[in-house]
Design a protein around this ligand. Structure first.
Ligand SMILES: NC(=O)c1ccc[n+]([C@@H]2O[C@H](COP(=O)([O-])OP(=O)(O)OC[C@H]3O[C@@H](n4cnc5c(N)ncnc54)[C@H](O)[C@@H]3O)[C@@H](O)[C@H]2O)c1
Length: 271
């Protein structure tokens, strides 16, 4: 049964975009946790405070007036860098949605060491893709190969190096324009970095995970495929996700898996 707001576990929400809006809605809907504060860029505090009456909006960690049960980053690479190590070092568990940031080995090491030293946990949700639990579990028996395929309509690749490799406006057949490591994929195609990094971190790492990217005029949606083989057998997963109303670039499942990560901290049963 939902408790009163004062008695609920309080989270710190970093960011005020499409994913954050879903997490705020889930707090209301489930009644299982409350938003203790929303951390935004300092220049935006006054404006966001007007948009979110009744919530504490802060521009810096020094203004945090409570101990969050978990902090949830749903902002950007720079936010992971700015707040992640400090929160973990002070013992606050952290959910990172901008997982592409972890392609930066230095930042990953900083977060890892801060979590170890602070006795906190760095929590990486599955985000936009399925099978991350199975992929990571399969590591226990040994994985032989992991491949992530990103298939999008040609227009969705505009503004990326694919523009130099393909005639995106006149493409009549599917064209694979990238095949290589997850590390190079995340570096050259940062907009694809979240999923490539999640698959790499759950499985064989950035250098042994193969990524392929395809511009496909026959599809309307962004399609993610994960193929893996190992001692467990083999798996082949496809997801055709719907975007969030608040941000057409973000899959709704990325928000829902963030909510799941929070719920797993506050309910008695973790699944
Ligand atoms: N893991 C995944 O599979 C996955 C999937 C989709 C999106 N994402 C990532 O999740 C994050 C959030 O996505 P979204 O759709 O909500 O984005 P969005 O653009 O709608 O919102 C991001 C918000 O964070 C704020 N922000 C950015 N940097 C900040 C900082 N340094 N300090 C405070 N606030 C800051 C922005 O002002 C904005 O309000 C993005 O980084 C996105 O790349 C991850």
């Amino acid at each position: 049964m939902p408790g009163t707001a004062a008695a609920l576990p309080q989270i710190l929400l970093i960011g005020n975009g499409a994913v954050a809006a879903e997490v705020r809605a889930a707090a209301k809907r489930t009644g299982l946790f409350a938003i203790g504060a929303v951390l935004v860029r300092p220049a935006r505090v006054a404006q966001v405070q007007q948009e979110l009456p009744g919530l504490a909006v802060i521009g810096d960690l020094s203004a945090l007036a409570f101990r969050p049960v978990v902090a949830v980053e749903c902002a950007s690479h720079s936010a992971v860098q700015a707040y992640g190590p400090a929160l973990l070092r002070q013992g606050t568990d952290l959910v990172v949605v901008s997982i592409g940031a972890l392609t930066d080995d230095g930042l990953y090491a900083a977060l890892h060491d801060a979590a170890r030293d602070g006795g906190a946990r760095l929590i990486l949700p599955a985000g936009a893709v399925p099978g991350i639990d199975a992929l990571n579990a399969a590591m226990a028996g040994g994985l032989d190969s992991v491949r992530y395929v990103s298939r999008k309509p040609p227009a969705a690749w505009k503004g990326t190096p694919a523009e130099q490799l393909l005639a995106l406006d006149t493409l009549s057949e599917p064209a694979e324009f990238y095949k290589g490591t997850a590390r190079r994929a995340a570096q050259e195609y940062p907009k694809n970095a979240n999923v490539a990094a999640t698959v790499a971190l759950a499985g064989l790492g950035f250098d042994a995970t193969e990524v392929r990217m395809i511009a496909d005029p026959s599809v309307q949606a962004n399609i993610h495929e994960i193929h893996a083989a190992g001692a467990f057998g083999d798996m082949h997963l496809t997801i055709r996700g719907r975007p969030l109303p608040g941000n057409p670039k973000t899959s709704s499942l990325a928000a829902y898996s963030t909510i799941r990560a929070v719920l797993n901290r506050v309910r008695p049963v973790e699944i």
